[in-house]
Design a protein around this ligand. Structure first.
Ligand code: AMP
Ligand code: MG
Length: 324
């Protein structure tokens, strides 16, 4: 009998087979099992904390993160889609709790910020992730180039007005980050102005968090190759023309400038209060899975509570009993 087999208190079929081998072979089989168990344990840790896996750490480089990769998830598309249904159910339950908590006087809320290049899948996130919860508890705001009125105010003015109220999940399809992305790439304001904005954004987000909002910031990280194929699809189908905007090609031409602007925003504005997450987005199913998990983790961390009844439950039961 091999040494390892003796140490174990329970014996599985595999171990009996392993024990039947002698010397080197048994040792090799044991090592293999141990390595497999270790790999499983690693996976479990990764899958539990998407936020940690997707948060850019020290030395993070956008250029080195493969947009086709699936960090934190080992499975293929069909596996991802299989778990989505269950995650969406959990998300929907937690959103209901958060909403109910606010009916009982709670003031907490969630803000999901989605940034990404054109065709990075922002719309799909709105439909597949946010669409899984009760529409009454969600407020989506898509930020376009500012209107004349918006331009008369500081850049955070329109953002403040779109913040989620108590119990709500606010979702930003683009955000105040455009004011250090498109604005920086196209010199829409002087450098002295946009360069001050990083600190302004950090202060603003800290205040939002202090007021009871959990912020989840996501950059959908797309490759230029995948963007090309998604744009080509928009140009090849009558039901996709509406999504195509000739100006998208001009933005595409500034890819490197955008990546530099994103790099700086990720670096300067990934705070403990409101960290950034970078989600590889070439595989739509993965990006949706990752964002769902990030949102779920945020809500689970908040642990929203059903409000206690503000009436005498027993008395009401008796009244109901006696009612015709
Ligand atoms: P889309 O999200 O594809 O519908 O496009 C919205 C457009 O509005 C994008 O080209 C953004 O860059 C642009 N946009 C959003 N916010 C700003 C801003 N603060 N300043 C200038 N352009 C913006
Ligand atoms: Mg667009």
């Amino acid at each position: 009998m091999g040494k390892g087999a003796k140490k174990r208190s329970t014996t599985t079929k595999a171990e009996v087979e392993g024990a039947a081998l002698d010397g080197k072979a048994a040792k090799k089989a044991r090592k293999k099992r141990e390595a497999a168990a270790e790999a499983r344990a690693d996976d479990a840790v990764e899958v539990r904390s998407w936020s940690q896996v997707l948060r850019p750490g020290p030395g993070f480089s956008l250029a080195e993160l493969d947009p086709r990769s699936t960090p934190g998830f080992d499975g293929a598309k069909k596996d991802g889609e299989k778990v989505m249904a269950e995650l969406q159910q959990r998300l929907s339950d937690l959103q209901e709790r958060l909403y109910a908590e606010s009916r009982g006087g709670g003031t907490r809320s969630v803000l999901l910020v989605i940034q990404g290049m054109d065709t990075s899948g922002k719309g799909g996130i709105m439909r597949h992730v946010v669409g899984a919860v009760d529409p009454q508890g969600v407020r989506i705001t898509a930020f376009k180039a500012p209107s004349a009125e918006e331009r008369r105010h500081p850049f955070l003015w329109r953002i403040r007005r779109a913040l989620p109220g108590p119990g709500m999940i606010g979702v930003f399809d683009r955000s105040h980050y455009e004011d250090v992305l498109v604005v920086r790439v196209h010199d829409l304001v002087p450098p002295a102005t946009w360069s001050r904005r990083y600190a302004q954004i950090n202060r603003f987000e800290q205040g939002v968090v202090d007021d009871g909002t959990t912020i989840v910031k996501v950059m959908l990280h797309l490759s230029p190759e995948e963007q090309k194929s998604r744009l080509a699809e928009r140009l090849s189908r009558g039901d996709k023309y509406w999504k195509y905007n000739p100006a998208d090609l001009d933005e595409r031409g500034r890819w490197a400038d955008y990546m530099e602007a994103y790099r700086v925003a990720l670096e300067k504005c990934s705070t403990d209060a409101a960290p950034w997450h970078v989600v590889p987005a070439d595989r739509k199913w993965y990006a949706r899975l990752a964002v769902t998990n990030l949102l779920l983790e945020a809500l689970e961390g908040m642990d929203p509570q059903w409000p206690a009844a503000d009436f005498d439950v027993e008395a009401e039961r008796q009244r109901l009993e006696l009612s015709p």
